[in-house]
Ligand binder design. Structure first.
Ligand code: 6PG
Length: 252
């Protein structure tokens, strides 16, 4: 099997079971990373789906995770103030960060208060290089979601960001508000040791099927361009999404 090209599907009955299993797995992955390198470098996903996972990590694994050695980064961010209800940082704070003993110095949110989002993207590239000590970061885990249009992080269909093979972070325009976003690019996503999608709900089944069946190009479904070259690709799915994707003829 070529790493990253054959997805590892982990299907659980419902979103809570997905969150429990993914949290358990992430806890072990973090512990292994810390044992190996002294730290765990995690890129968080935004949107609504991962909230249950973050809450589970905080509730069931607050003591098992060596939070003092965990560094939280973001895969993408809406270009809104940190306290804005649409902020991915705000969601992670509410669901995870404010509930675990992670040192503030280990939090690396994307900057969203500079006048120029392009300058913010460049600032985050510098933060990544400072944090990882190398121009191209290799995350221990990158968490990702899947949008109904096939986007992931803030890589949207048809975006010039999909062709960006040098920059590590870029400012992009989303088709939905808030339009301006910051996102990691494919070179960073595909350099990760572990990329883990969390996708739940029947509404994601059509695009999930297209991505898993490799029926759409990265330009059409940016999630299909996520192929870690030296890492694992895991899909955490609930039965609603998987069954409707795998057996669409039986879907209601
Ligand atoms: C964001 C996310 C985005 C998200 C998908 C799925 O900033 O919104 O990074 O890529 O993962 O849009 O969102 P839901 O989990 O809310 O369906």
């Amino acid at each position: 099997m070529v790493s990253g090209l054959t997805p590892n599907l982990r299907v659980h009955p419902d979103p809570h079971a997905v969150a429990a299993a993914a949290a358990e797995s992430m806890t072990e992955t973090i512990r292994v990373a810390v044992r190996g390198s002294g730290r765990a470098m995690i890129a968080l996903s935004g949107g609504a789906t991962p909230r249950l996972l973050y809450e589970r990590l905080a509730a069931a694994h607050a003591d098992a995770v060596p939070w003092r050695d965990v560094h939280l980064w973001w895969g993408d961010e809406r270009y809104v103030p940190p306290h804005d209800a649409r902020s991915n940082l705000r969601m992670a704070r509410d669901a995870l960060i404010d509930r675990v003993p992670i040192p503030p110095a280990n939090l690396h949110p994307m900057p969203t208060t500079l006048p120029d989002p392009n300058a913010a993207a460049r600032a985050y590239e510098q933060a990544l290089e400072n944090g990882f000590g190398t121009p191209l970061p290799r995350f221990d885990v990158v968490l990702l979601g899947l949008g109904g249009d096939g986007h992931t992080a803030s890589l949207f269909p048809g975006s010039p960001a999909l062709r960006e093979m040098t920059r590590r972070v870029v400012a992009t325009q989303a088709p939905s508000a808030p339009a301006t976003r910051l996102t990691l690019t494919y070179p960073v996503l595909n350099n990760a040791a572990s990329v883990q999608f969390v996708v739940t709900g029947t509404e994601k089944a059509p695009v999930l099927r297209r991505v898993l069946q490799q029926e759409c190009t990265p330009d059409e479904c940016p999630a299909s361009g996520v192929r870690p070259s030296r890492g694992e690709l895991i899909w955490w799915l609930d039965a609603a999404a998987y069954d409707a994707a795998a057996y669409p003829q039986q879907a209601g």
